[in-house]
Design a protein. Structure first.
Length: 163
């Protein structure tokens, strides 16, 4: 590795140490982008880092702070998590647990309505109608014709190449 590439690799290591999801391919593309831009200024390096290392929008401020601390020599960034993100409980099982206990204790069928309890399914067996349909179906379908219309010389044995 060239000595000029060491600071760029060190910056990528710094970001990985601070839990940024950066793949090795992104690091090499970052160094190539810096070479491609021919860094005329620190802004070129910053743009190469933003475009190839791609920090998520919610961590962009943290990324900028690390960039300034590493390349400009600023004091170590004091990055604090945003306090407005509160842990929200989506499912409070404690409040609903009593309701579930009551529902579990009831026997099956007690929750159904009177109409549902009195109704029953009655399937009718219509064998006669089905038999008549089958007879009509057989006569309506065409008879299967064989594929061969010419007699073969094999006298009843199958030719697998032609069948």
């Amino acid at each position: 590795m060239r000595p000029a590439a060491a600071p760029f690799l060190g910056f990528a290591r710094l970001l990985r140490d601070h839990a940024f999801a950066i793949a090795p391919e992104q690091i090499s593309s970052f160094m190539q982008a810096v070479t491609l831009l021919g860094p005329r200024s620190m802004n070129d390096i910053r743009e190469a880092a933003l475009s190839t290392l791609a920090p998520s929008p919610d961590r962009r401020g943290e990324f900028e702070a690390h960039f300034r601390a590493y390349f400009y020599g600023d004091a170590k960034p004091s990055i604090e998590a945003e306090e407005d993100d509160e842990t929200r409980v989506k499912d409070d099982r404690g409040a609903r647990e009593e309701e579930n206990q009551v529902a579990r204790q009831e026997k099956g069928g007690e929750l159904s309505s009177e109409l549902e309890q009195l109704s029953s399914r009655d399937f009718q067996h219509d064998d006669d109608g089905l038999g008549q349909f089958r007879r009509k179906l057989v006569s309506a379908l065409p008879a299967r014709r064989s594929f061969r219309t010419i007699r073969t010389r094999s006298r009843g044995t199958l030719d697998l190449r032609r069948s």
